[in-house]
Design a protein around this ligand. Structure first.
Ligand code: OGA
Ligand code: NI
Length: 370
């Protein structure tokens, strides 16, 4: 056999070759992981199998608890506000993760958005397919694994992604089963986000409006995740290890399934479902502008056997807008002892890099480090 033919033959037998066609076949069903579950598969398709690395093994789990911060009273009581600012700063520096309670979003709205996301994923497949796309310029994108073709192993998860701000969508641009609640919930989250940016600014010793003034709160996307029950949950993940590509994320998770874990001091720590609470996690862009003072912690979601698990992740970032605003380490935080650790960039450039890289287990921030 000639050398070139031999090469081709080997290539066809390599996992990579079959993988591409398997990925394509899965993608073309436009029915996501939910479609596989509906078809009653009992074995995990190879494209979802993750290599068993020490990082992926679930043995290395700590019992530490992420902080819970009570926001009650921050608008009238100055002493209480100071305490909360300190707790938010401490949690952002050490964990990059905390939960908030008494955050002002009514419990019935939290229930309604989870029902809305579930309703989207569980509606008639034919109706859902209309929203399936990999066109990243669309303001509504339903897909399974945004990085399906680049990630080393696919995740057991489907996602509805909607850009909600700036320029809020008209209800008719959104999937009918959840359009009203998406709009209502995003208004609530924007209000809470503005308050959290104030608290974070104060924790940095800056003017309360600092982060809002540099438009960290300007863009909001909602990701409605659906993690179906998995026939072989130990072989895959719901979401691979990653850090978020935004300023911060406000995450609402299911009350009972669990599976979200944050990497803290090199150990996985469970983020337990806490009814009524919201999880806040610092994203890469806030780590960049604070010159590493706040931590964008890596996290992942385990696959589960008793789902579906629903989560609603609200990302503060303007990633779909071609905004030219430049972000770099905040000058007021820098000194001779604390020189800039990152070069300046735009949200657009940062997010393009994140997407091109996919969830491969490495940090997108490294690319911008000086
Ligand atoms: C994310 C994320 C966690 C979850 O959307 O980036 O980490 O619980 N989600 O779904
Ligand atoms: Ni995340």
């Amino acid at each position: 056999m000639e050398a070139t033919n031999l090469k081709q033959f080997q290539c066809e037998n390599e996992e990579g070759y079959d993988r591409q066609s398997e990925l394509k076949a899965f993608d073309e069903t436009k029915a996501g992981v939910k479609g596989l579950v509906d078809a009653a598969i009992t074995k995990l398709p190879t494209i979802f199998i993750h290599p068993k690395t020490p990082q992926n093994s679930s043995n290395n789990v700590s019992t530490a608890n992420i902080p819970i911060i009570d926001l009650q009273g921050i608008h009238g009581n100055e002493m209480k506000r100071r305490e909360v600012v300190e707790a938010v700063g401490e949690a952002s520096e050490t964990w990059g993760f905390f939960q908030v309670v008494n955050h002002g979003i009514p419990g019935n709205v939290l229930e309604e958005i989870k029902r809305g996301v579930r309703g989207f994923h569980e509606q008639d497949t034919e109706a859902k397919k209309e929203w399936y796309t990999r066109d990243s310029s669309r303001r509504v994108q339903y897909s399974s694994n945004f990085d399906l073709y680049t990630t080393p192993a696919a995740n057991w998860r489907d996602t509805l992604f909607c850009v909600m701000a700036p320029n809020p969508p008209h209800p008719h641009q959104l999937p009918p089963v959840c359009s009203d609640i998406l709009i209502k919930y995003s208004k609530e989250v924007q209000k809470l986000g503005g308050v959290l940016f104030e608290l974070l600014s104060e924790a940095l010793g800056l003017h309360p409006n600092y982060l809002n003034n540099i438009e960290c709160n300007k863009g909001l996307s909602i990701l409605g995740h659906y993690y179906p029950a998995c026939p072989e949950p130990d072989l895959t993940l719901g979401t691979s290890k990653h850090a978020d590509n935004d300023f911060f994320t406000i995450l609402l998770q299911d009350d009972d399934i669990g599976g979200l874990q944050v990497l803290h001091q090199n150990q996985w720590v469970d983020v337990p479902p806490t009814p009524g609470a919201l999880v806040v996690n610092i994203g890469d862009l806030l780590q960049l502008v604070t010159n590493d003072r706040f931590k964008s912690s890596e996290h992942r979601v385990l696959a589960n056997q008793c789902g579906p698990r629903i989560s609603v992740a609200c990302f503060f970032s303007t990633n779909l807008l071609p905004l030219s605003r430049i972000y770099g380490p905040i000058k007021e935080l820098l000194s001779n002892e604390n020189p800039p650790k990152y070069r300046e960039t735009t949200v657009k450039e940062y997010v393009a890099h994140f997407h091109a890289k996919g969830l491969d287990g490495t940090s997108a921030l490294l690319h911008f480090r000086l």
